[in-house]
Design a protein around this ligand. Structure first.
Ligand code: HEC
Length: 157
């Protein structure tokens, strides 16, 4: 076989499958998308997404406080930004009317985890640092567990 044909076949053999694989992945996406679509009136959906972005900012502030060893501040952030007394917590009744029951329960799980974190952060101040850190990180993991559980079940768009 002339060398240029060899390279042509090599090219086809190596690169040929890629566009096909990409097309298949694109077509397969809706079937592998297991999350339930929750249709909300656009203003409610936008409000919820804004609250979500604020959740992430709050989580970042909580980590910032922990990185400084400031458990008290971490507890304040959890209570005021991720708990029932957060701005979203107060508006929650309006939003809940539009959400499936299981999703509301997942939202409550976040508030509960945040409430537990507040208590853990308070207790941690009286413990030696290794035990305190174990407790605080387990509490933080329970908060992010609540984020992950809902995200893997639902989407808004
Ligand atoms: C009760 C359900 C629920 C909980 C709890 C939850 N989320 Fe969400 N979040 C959603 C849904 C639904 C979306 C939209 C996803 C989509 O449409 O693809 C979303 C979207 C987001 C987005 C993207 C916002 C945007 O503008 O695109 C961020 C960031 C986010 N969540 C952060 C968090 C964090 C951090 C937590 C936990 C502290 C959390 N969420 C807890 C349901 C939840």
């Amino acid at each position: 076989m002339p060398l240029r044909f060899f390279f042509f076949f090599l090219f086809v053999a190596v690169l040929g499958p890629f566009p096909l694989a990409a097309e298949q992945a694109e077509r397969a996406a809706p079937e592998t998308e297991g999350r339930e679509l929750v249709k909300l009136p656009p203003p409610i959906r936008d409000y919820m997404l804004e609250a979500m972005r604020d959740h992430l900012v709050a989580l970042n502030e909580l980590l910032d406080a922990l990185s400084l060893g400031d458990f008290e501040q971490a507890g304040i952030v959890a209570e005021s930004r991720l708990g029932l007394r957060s701005p979203e917590g107060e508006d929650a009744a309006d939003i809940r009317k539009h959400l499936p029951r299981a999703m509301i329960e997942m939202d409550m799980a976040l508030y509960e985890a945040s409430g537990r974190f507040v208590e853990i952060a308070q207790d941690a101040r009286n413990l030696d640092s290794a035990t305190a850190l174990d407790m605080v990180f387990a509490g933080l993991r329970d908060i992010t567990d609540a984020c992950v559980a809902c995200h893997s079940g639902y989407r808004l768009r």
